[in-house]
Design a protein. Sequence first.
Length: 486
Amino acid sequence: MWWKDLLKANRARNRGWSLAGRLTAWYTLAALLLISCTAAILYWALTSNMSRESDLFLADKVHVLRAILRDRPNDYSALREEVELESAARRYERFYVRLIDENGKERLSTPGMDGLLVPRLFPAAIAANAEPNSHGAAIRSLTGSQFFAVTARAAIGHSDHSWVAQIAVDQTRDEALLGAYREWLWLVLGAAVVICPLIAYRIATQGIRPVQEITKTAERTGSQNLKTRIDPAGYPVELAALAQKFNAMLDRLEEAFGRLSRFSADIAHELRTPVNNIRGEAEVSLRRGRSLEEYREALGSCLEESTHLSELIESLLFLARAESPGTHLVRESVQVVKELEAVRDYYEPVATESGVALSVTAHDEIQADLDRVLFQRAIANLVENAVSHTPAGGNVTLAAHADDGFVRIDISDTGEGIPLQHLSHVFDRFYRADSARSSRGGHMGLGLAIVQAIVELHGGSIDISSELSRGTCVNVALPVRARSVG
């Protein structure tokens, strides 16, 4: 339909407006509506009061004439003074009175009334005992002037006879006053149409200034410039909160970019070593002819470096997949203690060879919904790490217990310990504490990072505590039942 197309076109135009333009339009519309309503109410109040004043004036005159005709019906001089003389003495608010007897004959009238207000122009007469209030009506004279008039009966003495009093008050001065008032109203509205948009635009631009500053900051922000921040001082509460959130987002971006930069440098460093080793072995082997045994040894060295490189790439791919929102776990019901014992059995020969006692401590049969393969990998990484950094004669203990919907696993050792300044970084990728966690044994600095990723995928948490020369304890808490991560 054509009207639907028109609505769509209007919506499209509205979407193209700037925020300042929209606020200006709404402020202007609201201000003009308020001014118009106020002007209309004031005009209505003025006209109502003026009409009420005229009505009360006419009612007062009716009461005076009724009193004279009732109490002094033969006092012609009093009637004449009220009808003819009082009106003539007024200069600005003229009124006219006509008295008609019961036979329809005019008895008295204000001079000049007959050529201005003939009897047929007046409204119908009200009864002699009726109050004249609110019975007035607007009429036009023969010359086109505006009058407010009333017609009322008045009893003669205490008889059943009555006369008709026609009274009209001139509204010319009131009409002039209302006309001047209307001119001022239109002048005010015209000025408002001009001034309100200017004031509204000023208010709108000042109101959205913080938004513009945030926009400019966002425009200046890039991968090479992440230190710019917004000062929310003086901002409205809502925009101050937005600025703080924006600054927090920039903090996270700066941290993420810094971590990514360090990660990229670490990857380049870790990849360079095995690649250079493979290249070096190949170059040495090709410089001159060698025996079959020498070629076999060179190929074995290349294979070893390739294996190391493959493991590094696999670990990096796992970490990348773990950070993807679409990563899914293959959960199943796992006997936690049995899995810990399986890991102990696997690493026990290595521990025995190193002179380290490896044991499992658990008193309850604990079942949890876990990804068995990933759970084994996480525990294996922690056990391997503990065994490799525990001197001969030390102990590595795996303990598990259930606690309020979580299974809590503690892997503790009596090894070297980790200096305090390194504890907050041990889960970072490629991070190695110089004194306590070296790269001996082919460690790449990704083991704890992989453990943390697996724990977070399960919706759990991991913590580490350590004392130099006394050992390290890693605490893993995993929910017994599957729950959403984050």
